[in-house]
Design a protein around this ligand. Structure first.
Ligand code: F6P
Length: 545
């Protein structure tokens, strides 16, 4: 048994769970008209309502006790102070420095990182203004109309999500396209619509070695040079975002056109750095800095607020409550906002690459469940796909709902219907529909059909959190993302895992390299299990016939 599951706070929580696991949320609301006030918090323009959870007045204090027991307060201080908390990679974790709008000095190995952060932001500002105004010309003297940002994982998901979410703030004369996949369909489908002399490529890669990104970058370079035959054109059509100056230069990109960031920025936490260049090009640097400000406000909230009023801490503890006591396997993220359609994808990497670990900080296998499976889709589309299972399936799936009170668009009736669904679903999830209520709604003939009656019953009591945003502005989006980042951090602390490495992505990459060379070989392949050997052989037959 680990010290976590043997600890006092854990054991008390386990006993509490057995007492209240079946508490009816529906009844809890009837009994306590103050439940929403008690279990909700407002942070600037975000209202966080966590009253629709299976919790009583006793639950949260017990969860806060768990947070205290694992030394969360000290761990938060360590992260903000730039201590080496990513111990396997010997790195500080300082995405918070990238949005430190207070400019408070932050030291890594005795050096204040803020002058570098500000220098790169200033360089981004100049570059964005030049491209957006048309002053930056392509090699043939034409202004840029299309940006293709090539990057994968943290170098793709965050930028794509944010620039889609903030499209109403974007310049219409500059289109941004994202290419990630090694599947040639991704790059080919995007490039076929573009004019090389009006296209600017951003090659975004922390390491500048990622196979997918580098192959796509070379394909882009070839595409450009097939049309503009002079290699000097690269300087006007390619910029890089990376920590690896040497490889950027080797690729042929002028290092004056490189926007750096640092090894203390994790890939999945990097959209706040120059990895966000495509966002800044789309929405302008002022709006990009608003995004940073929103995140900074949450950093300050997280750093300075007591656990009882601390939104990321509460989000994290509720997640632990369901993950470790109710044995929930997954967590659904359901933005009622089409602009946030990529938010679940982005959060999958943020959460699952961070907390999908089974070894603790001391190298021991954990004997408790760690990060949940994160999934979801924008509402109302999700309602017509998987909500059946959330409402009536055998699995308990805690959900996060989020929506903006004000829309950027001009079909107000649409927005009202969207919001009515956004409120209806969490309510339906807790209330359900009893046998008696079902019977009241049936015609007399239907009443006799016991299967029909049983099928229409909703057990209810299914928990959710609700985030009501005033409007999806850059600032509010920045805040929302930072809430989730810190939630992930807190959970990592409780589970005593390193949320900032990602060793689990390496094995498949290594095997793929071996197989790649075998795909060219004429010899029978026998080095794998019989399934893999047979699949490779069948692939070759299909490919070659
Ligand atoms: O393979 C996973 C990963 O290392 C992610 O953590 C990272 O965000 C992504 O690859 C891309 O890495 P890079 O920015 O170095 O190309």
């Amino acid at each position: 048994m680990s010290s976590l599951t043997e600890s006092k706070a854990w054991i008390v929580l386990k006993n509490h769970y057995h007492q209240i696991e079946n508490i009816s949320i529906r009844n809890a609301f009837k009994e306590d008209p103050n439940r929403h006030n008690k279990f909700s918090l407002q942070l600037n323009d975000i209202l966080f309502d966590y009253s629709k959870n299976r919790i009583t007045d006793e639950t949260m204090p017990l969860l806060f006790e768990l947070a205290k027991q694992v030394g969360l307060e000290a761990k938060i201080k360590s992260m903000f102070a730039g201590e080496i908390i990513n111990t396997t990679e010997h790195r500080a974790v300082l995405h918070t420095a990238l949005r430190n709008r207070s400019n408070r000095p932050i030291y890594v190995n005795g050096l204040d990182v803020m002058p570098d952060v500000n220098r790169v932001l200033a360089k981004m500002r100049v570059f964005c203004a030049s491209v957006r105004s048309g002053e930056w010309k392509g090699y043939t003297g034409k202004a840029i109309t299309d940006i293709v940002s090539i990057g994968i994982g943290g170098s793709g998901l965050g930028p794509r999500m944010v620039s889609t979410a903030l499209a109403p703030y974007g310049s219409d004369s500059l289109k941004i396209h994202y290419v990630s996949n090694i599947d040639e369909a991704d790059i080919m489908e995007k490039l076929k619509h573009l004019a090389p002399d009006r296209t600017l490529f951003i090659i975004a890669s922390k390491t500048f070695t990622t196979q997918e990104t580098m192959m796509n970058a070379f394909a882009a370079k070839n595409w450009l040079l097939e049309s503009i035959k002079d290699p000097k054109a690269i300087a006007r059509h390619f910029v890089a975002v990376s920590t690896n100056t040497e490889s950027v230069a080797k690729f042929g990109i002028d290092t004056d056109n490189m926007f750096e960031f640092w090894d203390w920025v994790g890939g999945r936490y990097s959209l706040w750095s120059s990895v966000g260049l495509s966002i800044a090009l789309k929405i302008g640097m002022d709006n990009f800095e608003e995004l940073l400000s929103g995140a900074h406000e949450v950093d300050e909230h997280f750093r300075t607020t007591s656990f009882e009023k601390n939104i990321p801490v509460i989000m994290a503890l509720l997640g632990v409550w369901y993950n470790n006591f109710f044995d929930c396997q997954s967590h659904a993220v359901l933005p009622y906002d089409e602009s946030l359609r990529y938010f679940p994808d982005y959060l999958q990497q943020g959460d699952m690459e961070s907390n999908g670990k089974s070894v603790d900080m001391q190298g021991q296998n954990v004997d408790y469940s760690t990060g949940p499976i994160i999934w979801g889709r924008a509402g109302t589309n999700g309602q017509h796909a998987f909500f059946q299972l959330i409402h009536q399936g055998t699995k308990l799936i805690p959900c996060d709902f989020m929506a903006a009170a004000n829309s950027h668009y001009y079909l107000p009736e649409h927005h009202k219907v969207l919001i009515s669904n956004f409120f209806a679903q969490p309510e339906a999830l807790i209330n359900g529909l009893t046998r008696e209520e079902v019977k009241q709604q049936l015609t007399p003939g239907e009443q006799e059909d016991s299967v029909l009656v049983a099928s229409k019953v909703f057990a209810g009591n299914r928990p959710s959190n609700t985030f009501l945003l005033k409007k999806l502005t850059p600032k509010i989006l920045g805040s929302l993302l930072a809430l989730y980042e810190h939630k992930i951090f807190v959970q990592g602390v409780i589970w005593n895992i390193n949320s900032f490495d990602q060793m689990g992505v390496e094995l498949g990459k290594v095997l793929a390299k071996t197989i790649l060379s075998e795909l060219e070989s004429g010899e029978p392949i026998e080095s794998h299990d019989c399934s893999t050997n047979a699949l490779i052989s069948s692939y070759k037959q299909m490919r070659d016939c």
